[in-house]
Design a binder for this molecule. Sequence first.
Ligand code: HEM
Length: 155
Amino acid sequence: MPKRVHMIAGLLAPLCIATFFISTILTELFGSQAEVAQLKLLIVTPGLWIMVPLMAAAGGSGMFLARSRKGRLVDSKRKRMPFIAANGLFVLVPCAIVLSRWASAGAFDTTFYMVQAIELIAGATNLTLMGLNARDGLRMTGRLRSRSAPATPSH
Ligand code: HEM
């Protein structure tokens, strides 16, 4: 059960951040202010209500699965998790909430775009860290072959 929870949350959490990231860039570039405001509302509800539990489920189940495991891959994953959690809770969540409020009020000023830039940088950082965790996890379960691993003979 924890394995299944971890695999599902571990793949959906980065996918969720990637969706927010790409949709934000696309609407900022090509959408109207009303569309930006609509997307910001959706990122808060239901977006954050999906992303935060997924991150907690991935982290919690990962820590549980890693109790008795040692090694470079699991250590790297363990070290990345506090950065992922802090970045999510203290940067991404507050940014999403204030940006949504400002966009709904039509306040597209310099502060809005500065916070938007911070949110995109934090999003890209978390996407990278989660992506690395997913890659190392898939290597640990043998679903992804390490590039440095010797190739299996074909016959
Ligand atoms: C958001 C962060 C994380 C993501 C995106 C993530 C993603 C993944 C993925 C995709 C797998 C492969 C699952 C499978 O093939 O069945 C995996 C496996 C694994 N992850 Fe994570 N993981 C995260 C956090 C953690 C943390 C914090 C730990 C604790 C050190 C951890 C420990 C493990 C372990 C031990 C496995 C192997 C499980 C098994 O043997 O079935 N993960 N992870």
